[in-house]
Design a protein around this ligand. Structure first.
Ligand code: 5GP
Length: 116
């Protein structure tokens, strides 16, 4: 059984966060330390620690995360100029919170994908 993170508390609204979208499958909220003018995290409501834990039965929720990202990008007014979707996995990927999340970053030219 995977251990819950702070993101489970955000989903259940037990701690404050700036939720921009929520339905029965996903929750999206503004990152506490934004790296771009728009920086939103889209997470599944079920706890999946990393991409390594993804199974075929998660296809629907993972697809829904991308559909949600596209909708939010439209709402944020960044769809046409463009944006970046990022999912980090484990230590080399730079993952800090072990509840899968997709970063939606935009609102400026983001530059090269990797800093080095
Ligand atoms: P990772 O490095 O795991 O891909 O990204 C984790 C992200 O979660 C970071 O960008 C970090 O700022 C964000 N984050 C961590 N804790 C909280 C929190 O309590 N609230 C919100 N809104 N974002 C958080």
């Amino acid at each position: 059984m995977a251990e819950e993170t702070i993101f489970s508390k955000i989903i259940r609204r037990e701690i404050p966060s700036d939720i921009v979208y929520q339905d029965d499958m996903v929750t999206a909220f503004r990152d506490i330390a934004p790296q771009a003018p728009t920086h939103i995290l889209i997470i599944p409501n079920i706890l999946l620690p990393t991409v390594n834990d993804v199974k075929p039965e998660h296809e629907q929720v993972l697809g829904h995360m991308i559909i949600t990202a596209a909708k939010i990008a439209e709402q944020e007014g960044i769809a046409e100029n463009g944006y970046r979707l990022v999912v980090n996995c484990n230590r080399h990927g730079g993952q800090e919170v072990y509840h899968i999340h997709m970063h939606l970053l935009g609102g400026k030219v983001l530059g090269p994908m990797l800093s080095h």
